[in-house]
Design a protein around this ligand. Structure first.
Ligand code: PXG
Length: 495
């Protein structure tokens, strides 16, 4: 197969488009025209023959064939059959600045010509990683002045473990090894990431896991809170951390890690009582607090980082996804001064990846962060489109007989499908016995109406690009409401 890979022609053709300041869709369109030379059937046959997809039952998938996405612009995707699809998931929670941003393509192109790669081992550095580190120190909360780079969120959490263990080692407290995480948390799919995560179905396929990682319960009130108020239940979940620390002995516990809100686990927002209690317990027992900001970071909740939304102060933050808006892979760990000092001033830190601080990824990240900050994108999520999205969703679903609860802030939401809502406080609420099936039915209705809304069990998730307009939110919300309505009808629940 041959298609032009001459970046000069890509930039030139983008420059001739009327929307050139924001988009490279012309260039992508040209490339796509050639890539789409194959029919959907041909793509599917080749894909089935040679490609193993992540987290997929390949036998089942190959029998029906994958959707082939060929191009994207703003908040829209196009598939190989020409369908225009509104992307309610920002790719995979990552395309924060939207698709087809000319600024990012140009930066990557220029960086590839100037310095496509050099490593940051062996007493060497380069301008993009220097600029990125300085900029991250500006956009992260005070005290985050040091950053270690990798290629993904999973590697970020591997890095977190290395930093945490090294920290306690050089502090002379090497017995502090245990890292406490949560059931139904998601921290990636390397062996360490999957061990940190609390997904049983992942653990089942692993004969061995990383040692010294244990789990406590998630603060999932709708499913597990019984008749407690969300606030009381969240506090109780947080207190499990204290019980676990006492069980293990504080002298053996290194860190607690959690997503400020659980993303892949279902956009589960704890009540306001949760994080202050977790923070209090970590401080009381001298345990590092790690916020996994891979989904929550870079404006998703309307704050730069989700821990700012929940108002707590972690010692480490894991970042990926929105760091580059997914245009190129990159992950990072932000380290508070007191931890960084211990790492920096105590000999060699034996960890690194060939592509740590990759110059193209770093250059794209810098351009992306400037768009998010100087382009006012994060501010807009907080003050305009975020509140509009949250209100629209609640208004549209208020009368749905199968929506039990909506959680979220900014441009992320989790919609709980339920058999019965219970009273005004949710007391007596009832989940579907076959919740996963109901979620799948709803997801299929979304698929059929060219909306991407993710299902996880009985929760429907939305997390659109942060550049989504009010009109696009209207489209997203009405399509989501219609899919939920069709689901209710299909399973025979009347409004
Ligand atoms: N931490 C969190 C909180 C994540 O959401 C990772 C770490 C791992 O990042 P990488 O870049 O290694 O994938 C993630 C990833 C889903 C889904 O189905 C979510 C993720 C990845 C794949 C699928 O919601 N999150």
């Amino acid at each position: 197969m041959s298609f032009s890979n001459d970046p000069v022609s890509i930039v030139a053709s983008a420059g001739s488009r009327p929307t050139a300041s924001q988009s490279v869709s012309g260039a992508l369109g040209a490339a796509t025209a050639q890539r789409a030379a194959r029919s959907t059937a041909e793509y599917r046959a080749l894909d089935a023959a040679h490609h193993i997809h992540p987290f997929s039952d390949m036998g089942a998938l190959n029998r029906v064939g994958s959707r082939v996405i060929t191009r994207a612009e703003g908040v829209y995707l196009w598939d190989s059959d020409g369908h225009k699809i509104i992307d309610g998931m920002a790719g995979l929670w990552c395309v924060n600045v939207g698709y087809a941003r000319k600024e990012l393509a140009e930066v990557a192109y220029r960086q590839m010509l100037e310095l496509p790669f050099y490593n940051t081992f062996f007493k060497t550095t380069h301008p993009p990683v220097i600029e990125l580190s300085a900029l991250l120190a500006e956009v992260t909360p005070p005290g985050f002045n040091h950053f270690f780079y990798c290629n993904s969120g999973s590697e970020g959490n591997d890095t977190v473990l290395r930093v945490v263990w090294q920290y306690w080692r050089v502090k002379g407290q090497a017995s502090k090894k245990y890292v406490i995480s949560r059931n139904n948390g998601y921290h990636g799919s390397t062996i360490a990431g999957a061990t940190l995560g609390g997904m049983d179905y992942m653990h089942e396929q692993m004969p061995s896991k990383v040692e010294h990682i244990v789990h406590i319960d998630q603060p999932y009130w709708y499913g597990n809170g019984g008749d407690l108020s969300p606030e009381a239940f969240s506090r109780q979940c947080a207190q499990q951390l204290e019980a676990k620390i006492l069980e293990l002995g504080a002298e053996n516990v290194a860190a607690f890690i959690g997503e400020p809100f659980q993303g892949a686990g279902g956009v589960i927002f704890p009540a306001a009582t949760y994080w202050p209690e977790i923070e209090r317990i970590c401080r009381k027992y001298d345990i590092l607090l790690v916020a996994d900001e891979v989904i929550g970071g870079f404006g998703r909740t309307g704050e730069w980082f989700a821990h700012q939304y929940f108002d707590f102060k972690p010692d480490l933050i894991t970042m990926a996804k929105g760091l580059t808006s997914g245009y190129v892979p990159m992950g990072a760990v932000g380290i508070q001064d007191h931890v960084a000092q211990a790492i920096v001033e105590n000999g060699e830190f034996n960890h690194g990846l060939t592509y740590s601080g990759h110059p193209v990824a770093a250059a794209v990240a810098v351009a992306n962060l400037r768009l998010l900050r100087d382009g006012g994108i994060v501010d807009r999520v907080k003050n305009d489109v975020g509140p509009y999205f949250q209100q629209s969703l609640r208004d549209a679903l208020a009368t749905s007989p199968i929506v039990g609860d909506i959680s979220g802030a900014g441009l992320v939401a989790g919609i709980q499908l339920a058999q019965s809502k219970g009273d005004a406080h949710g007391v007596g609420r009832q989940r579907f016995a076959n919740g996963g099936d109901v979620g799948t039915i709803c997801r299929d209705f979304c698929f059929g109406s060219d909306l991407i809304m993710r299902a996880t069990g009985d929760r429907m998730l939305l997390s659109p690009p942060l550049v989504v307009t009010r009109a696009e939110i209207d489209e997203l919300v009405s399509k989501a409401a219609r899919a939920i309505d069709l689901t209710a009808k299909k399973i025979g629940v009347q409004g």
